[in-house]
Ligand binder design. Sequence first.
Ligand SMILES: [Zn+2]
Length: 324
Amino acid sequence: MTGLSRRSLLTHTAGLGVAALMGAQARANAPISGHQAPGFYRFKLGDYEVTILNDGARTFPLPDTWVTNVAKDQALGAAGEAFMPAGKVTVPFNPTLINTGSKLVLIDAGNGPSPDGAVGLLFPNLAAAGIKPEDIDVLVLSHLHPDHINGIRTADGGIAFPNAEIIAPEPEWAFWMSDDNMAKATTPIDKNYFVNTRKILGGLNDRVGRYSWDKEVAPGITAIATPGHTPGHTSFAIASGNSRMLVQSDVTNIPELFLRNPDWHVAYDHDPDMAQQTRHRFYDMAATEKMLVAGYHFSFPSAGHVEKAGAGYRLVPVAWSAAL
Ligand SMILES: [Zn+2]
């Protein structure tokens, strides 16, 4: 029997190193790619086809007050348990596309053009999925934070989805587009959000429609009130035939920290206590109903089921399926 000790693994690896060195002239028949595969994942929901599209991810050193109500060490401990890079967190971004058969509906627009190429991948991934931005019929915004709206604009300031009806939650638009609220903003994070909403949505008052909670925003797609993260933050229930799923938007940021620990507050939450209550209400429902949940900041393909686990919850990610 072979013992899998660290020493035996290292010895084995060293042996491979020598073998690789001896065959230094050998070349694989294909070069090292250096590129990730396209990031889109598709599944059926009743008669609908859902495609989750990866807009990229950002990895950054954990800011001191990223989790505002626990010590940094504790937050880093949770990141470490999820095997994130030492001292850092990774936040992915994943919009959801639903083809209802009659409408092509995109929920959230991603980060938009980015010089470093880490985000803004929604557009190449849409192309890889066989969809053109001009094919989108309805662009539904869950809330007006930059990582969800900046993709509305092309690099030259045009509208990236020229044929789409663009709609935002009524209370969300009312909050962020109010100059009175902007004057009253206290945190640097919220001040930055007010500036960004004007940069991206300024001049679009008549171009962007508003939708209400508890109503359909498109066939079979109902807006659910999940405020707290922002005043008008919205999630969605999607139903086709007997099949249903939830698109949670930002009920949590990364699940490794905030679904495991729903009482932790991320710095981006506008009303942290309300966001915490919303998390419990939303995940209690998702766990009881055993509903598939797509999460904008879940790891790609960013969908899974939620179970209760201790004082928090556990995400069981979907398994890749080659068949629809
Ligand atoms: Zn977000």
